[in-house]
Ligand binder design. Structure first.
Ligand SMILES: Nc1ncnc2c1ncn2[C@@H]1O[C@H](COP(=O)(O)OP(=O)(O)O)[C@@H](O)[C@H]1O
Ligand SMILES: [Mg+2]
Length: 231
């Protein structure tokens, strides 16, 4: 068996405030959390509790007001911007509630994008994209454009794109919020396939008990901190 990495993504005393019309709005109030590669986590919490904020900070898409985020004990602050972006492209796959596919590119080209950014050949990217499209059951849609697909299909394409570089972590923000139960289960199946195949870690924000019920550890974001969910 291949050597299994065990990358660790962690939040240390993370505070995040937003300023709204001169008023400071505290959202995260000292969040600590450790996320291991190969493990699966759900973050639940009512709307407005700060789930998206937490995930964006954890994935390096936003910065904390204070506290720190580390990857294998290395502080995100220490990366230069260009280095940070290529690091994120390689190690972290992000899935948003709304898929954010590029409308002007075909399904295949959307999926290839993280590999092209990494500098792989078009041919290699195309082959990998086709494997992923097969996995998500959309081989027949490779030459379609995103607006020609259903919502569930578009979300599956966004997931294939997030999985392209076999990230150490997949961070997903309510990825099933707009899907029916069957498509939602398919999305979770895809995440779990990555966990099994390359020991990917999963951190998923969700309201959906059918989704968080399949994660190994379930947290709740409550009054700005992460607590264990007991139900
Ligand atoms: N860019 C922003 N500017 C000001 N306030 C924001 C911004 N983003 C989020 N908020 C506020 O932070 C709180 C948490 O938002 P969010 O992280 O989106 O919660 P959730 O994802 O749990 O619904 C909300 O009260 C929201 O209004
Ligand atoms: Mg949200």
């Amino acid at each position: 068996m291949a050597h299994e990495k065990n990358d660790i993504l962690a939040l240390h005393g993370v505070y995040k405030n937003y300023e709204q019309g001169g008023v400071l709005v505290p959202v995260l109030k000292g969040v600590d959390g450790t996320f291991h590669q190969g493990c699966s986590y759900a973050i639940t919490g009512v709307s407005g509790s700060g789930k998206s904020t937490l995930l964006h900070v954890l994935g390096g898409l936003d910065v904390p007001s204070s506290g720190s985020v580390t990857f294998n004990a290395k502080n995100f602050d220490q990366f230069r911007t260009s280095h940070k972006n290529s690091f994120l492209n390689l190690h972290i796959g992000f899935v948003f509630q709304f898929h954010y596919l590029i409308r002007e590119l075909t399904v295949r080209e959307n999926v290839m994008m993280p590999g092209l950014i990494k500098g792989e050949s078009r041919r290699a990217c195309r082959t990998r994209a086709e494997q992923l499209l097969k996995l998500i059951g959309l081989s027949e849609r490779a030459d379609f454009y995103p607006p020609q697909l259903s919502g569930g299909e578009q979300q599956r394409v966004a997931i294939a794109r997030a999985l392209f570089n076999k990230p150490s972590f997949l961070l997903a923000d309510e990825p099933t919020g707009n899907l029916d139960a069957e498509n939602a289960q398919m999305v979770v199946d895809l995440f779990c396939a990555g966990q099994k195949e390359w020991n990917m870690g999963i951190v998923i924000c969700t309201h959906d008990s059918a989704v968080y019920g399949r994660m190994e550890t379930v947290y709740r974001l409550y009054e700005g901190t992460l607590v264990a969910r007991k139900d």
